[in-house]
Design a binder for this molecule. Structure first.
Ligand code: ZN
Length: 149
């Protein structure tokens, strides 16, 4: 069980930019990485084009999974936004949490303006909050591995 998800400020900013770009609808995407450390953000299209639901476009999902594989990452997170709500999993989010190993990150806005995010581990209908650690720079072994390939 994971206790925290570590993301860089620039990764957080790219997730926020994607959420902002998706307004008024929910935006979504995947997070590749290892052992709770995000190494890549894969923004996708919300095939539902809805402000209250999301479904990652299957082609975007396929392409992101291929990149995750090629980069030697794991699918460690799935993120989406709640443009109108709070950063707490909805009933649909809980029933549609098909990836028990992934951390679900939800972005929401304070006063319809400032984005914030919270993360959860959703298993068997249970909501367990995962702490998000934001760091300034990325120190993952993954990036070094990629250069030597
Ligand atoms: Zn949701």
């Amino acid at each position: 069980m994971r206790l925290s998800l570590t993301i860089t400020e620039s990764q957080a900013n790219s997730m926020i930019a994607h959420a902002e770009h998706g307004l008024p609808n929910e935006a979504c995407g995947l997070l590749g990485g290892k052992s709770g450390y995000v190494s890549t953000v894969y923004p996708g299209t919300n095939a539902e084009h809805s402000p209250i639901r999301y479904l990652l476009d299957p082609i975007d999902q396929f392409n992101a999974m291929k990149m995750i594989d090629q980069n030697g990452e794991d699918l460690i997170g799935i993120f989406h936004s709640h443009p109108k709500g709070v950063a707490i999993p909805s009933e649909i989010d809980i029933t549609q949490a098909y990836y028990p190993k992934a951390t679900y990150v939800i972005l929401a806005r304070h006063n319809k303006k400032d984005w914030y995010m919270r993360a959860y581990y959703l298993v068997e209908g249970q909501i367990n909050e995962v702490r998000i650690r934001r760091i300034n720079t990325q120190h993952t072994i993954l990036k070094r591995d990629k250069r030597t390939n």
